[in-house]
Design a binder for this molecule. Structure first.
Ligand SMILES: CC(C)(COP(=O)(O)OP(=O)(O)OC[C@H]1O[C@@H](n2cnc3c(N)ncnc32)[C@H](O)[C@@H]1O)[C@@H](O)C(=O)NCCC(=O)NCCS
Ligand SMILES: Nc1ncnc2c1ncn2[C@@H]1O[C@H](COP(=O)(O)OP(=O)(O)OP(=O)(O)O)[C@@H](O)[C@H]1O
Length: 199
């Protein structure tokens, strides 16, 4: 069974996935793999340069901070970047998934509910949610280089929480007072029942 973990910036996708890994389940980190693909995949690289210009890459590799400013201030450019990167990530995930033997595997990605079922290629989508104010504080602590207004801009470019709640199969609440680990344990118990075995 393939389980997608999604959510907005700072909601706690990685926190959930790190715990799932501790339990022994394989996790595919789409955002991280996307950044490797952006550097290594020649066609992807050429198309990003055609879209954004040479500044998208430096001698050190992907010029993420610069690309971030371009795409998070332009919904059109963000959509085009996604249309270049996501088909390559989809292919990469399919290859990775077909090599796994665990009964339940996970895929972490910021963009998932926006995609068609075929594009996302998972059986269940879990959305990790936390209040905006809490996410803002967590990201300011984790990424001190980002200003509050930059973080706000990213949040505004991501799917609204109400839409996420309506579209996801399962919600994990990672707010201040919610216990994350029992919710993940419950999720695994529930999924294990569906696939009929534990790892
Ligand atoms: C958009 C980029 C330049 C932003 O880089 P930056 O260093 O500022 O931020 P970081 O990567 O830490 O992401 C910040 C937040 O935005 C989310 N995010 C990442 N890519 C996207 C995207 N294409 N659309 C919306 N949100 C995104 C992340 O999950 C995180 O919540 C970078 O993430 C990127 O190149 N993304 C393209 C790859 C991609 O589409 N990943 C998403 C899932 S496959
Ligand atoms: N319940 C929690 N209480 C306190 N801090 C938390 C909690 N959950 C996550 N954090 C912290 O908040 C920050 C953001 O969490 P995390 O990186 O898991 O979010 P994310 O959804 O993966 O974010 P991004 O989309 O930016 O990758 C991290 O520094 C993490 O350690």
């Amino acid at each position: 069974m393939k389980v997608g973990i999604t959510g907005g910036i700072g909601a706690g996708k990685s926190a959930v996935c790190k715990y799932v890994e501790v339990l022994g389940y394989p996790v595919y980190y789409a955002d991280d793999r996307a950044k490797e693909i952006i550097v290594a995949h020649q066609t992807v690289r050429a198309r990003i340069i055609a879209l954004l210009g040479q500044e998208a890459y430096t001698s050190e590799g992907y010029n993420r901070a610069w690309v971030s400013r371009q795409v998070f201030s332009s919904p059109e450019k963000l959509a085009k970047l996604n249309s270049i990167v996501h088909p390559a990530v989809k292919e990469d995930f399919s290859l990775w998934a077909s090599a796994q033997t665990a009964p339940i595997i996970f895929k972490e990605a910021a963009i998932m509910l926006e995609q068609s079922a075929a594009e996302r290629n998972v059986d269940v989508v879990v959305a990790v949610m936390a209040p905006r104010a809490e996410r803002l504080i967590r990201i300011q602590q984790r990424d001190p280089q980002r200003s509050a207004s930059e973080i706000q801009k990213i949040i505004d470019r991501q799917m609204p929480e109400a839409q996420m709640t309506a579209l996801a199969d399962v919600i994990i609440n990672n707010g201040d007072h919610d216990a994350l680990i029992p919710q993940i344990n419950d999720l695994i118990a529930h999924l294990s029942k569906s696939v009929g075995k534990l790892i």
